[in-house]
Ligand binder design. Structure first.
Ligand code: ZN
Length: 318
């Protein structure tokens, strides 16, 4: 992920005004919301397990293979039904041709159309020589997707199908640029363009860096406006308004290859991770050895899980 533009922090009143036009037309929360929730504590526990199994997951490392095994092990039920796809490809990178793999898990729904939730699962390649584990940057959102899968295994989607995408090669290999980044999602967007799959996608949502104890989900201006409005509504419905849209940003992330092909996209991301430093003005823990499990919390993962489930409900009502 790279920040393109960071706007001044919005005053609370401005945030309230921004939300107002949508809120005026807002639907009331459903009288009978879905009874099942994602447990933040369970996502946190899964994050710990993932970090223990594969602390360093850069492309080509033994840990990357262990990360893939961890993901596969959690979707044996889906694999048995033919609903786990391994999307293998090679990407040309500054380090040469590198094999990569996206994992796609499908939960068929009852309506024609698909909601996709994606997270990258590898760790940053340039940081392979430091003790970088990416607890917030890749690990906790991989765990969140696994928990979402467990939820949909027990509660199959009543509306649109839900697909989980564990994408590879999100990070730059050398230095972030249009060509050196987002390898997995670029490959998948091109593949789904050729197969006609893109036209079925109602929303492509990315989960990134949302385990931060001090959770502030950004208003990413690279996301589709109606999905941003819907996220504000989802926050309202779930009682999490104070955790969203304090900051407005433009982020380059896994949603861009799909946005560029006309798919509605939403990046649910919190960029201000740790106290700002000169090297990391966005937050001192980002892309450092300080991105560890103690910086994330079950509560933030609970909020993230609530927001994704509510987004799925709202997209189905649209
Ligand atoms: Zn990163």
């Amino acid at each position: 992920m790279r920040i393109m533009l960071r706007k001044a922090t919005l005053a609370p009143i401005a945030t309230a005004l921004l939300l107002l036009p949508f809120a005026a037309h807002a639907q009331k929360p459903a009288a009978h919301p879905a009874p099942a929730h994602i447990s933040g504590a369970a996502v946190y526990a899964l994050t710990l397990q993932y970090l223990a199994a594969a602390p360093q997951r850069w492309l080509g490392s033994p840990g990357h293979q262990k990360a893939e095994d961890f993901i596969k092990d959690h979707f044996k039920a889906e694999a048995a039904k033919g609903n786990l796809e391994i999307d293998s490809f090679s990407a040309s990178t500054p380090a040469g041709l590198l094999p990569m793999r996206n994992y796609i898990v499908r939960y068929p729904g009852k309506k024609d159309g698909v909601i996709v939730i994606a997270s990258h699962y590898e760790t940053n390649y340039p940081l392979r020589d430091i003790n970088f584990v990416g607890a917030n940057d890749g690990a906790c959102t991989t765990a969140l997707l696994i928990a979402l899968g467990q939820h949909f295994r027990e509660h199959p989607p009543e509306g649109y199908s839900v697909w989980l995408v564990f994408d590879d090669g999100e990070e730059a290999i050398k230095e972030w640029s249009n060509t050196d980044s987002l390898y997995g999602t670029k490959h998948l967007a091109a593949k789904w363009s050729q197969s006609g799959t893109l036209g079925k996608i109602k929303a492509f949502m990315v989960a990134d860096m949302i385990g931060d104890k001090n959770l502030n989900i950004d208003r990413d201006e690279n996301s589709t406006p109606w999905l941003l409005d819907m996220l504000a509504q989802a926050a309202k419905n779930t009682g999490h308004v104070s955790y969203v849209f304090k900051n407005s940003t433009e982020v380059e992330d896994d949603h861009l290859p799909f946005k560029q092909r006309g798919v509605p996209v939403l990046d649910i991301i919190d960029l201000d991770y740790g106290p700002p430093t000169e090297q990391h003005p966005e937050g001192g823990y980002h892309h450092t050895a300080l991105d560890t499990i103690d910086k994330i919390s079950p509560k933030s993962l609970q909020i993230a899980g609530d927001l994704f489930l509510e987004m799925i409900r709202l997209i189905n009502q649209r």
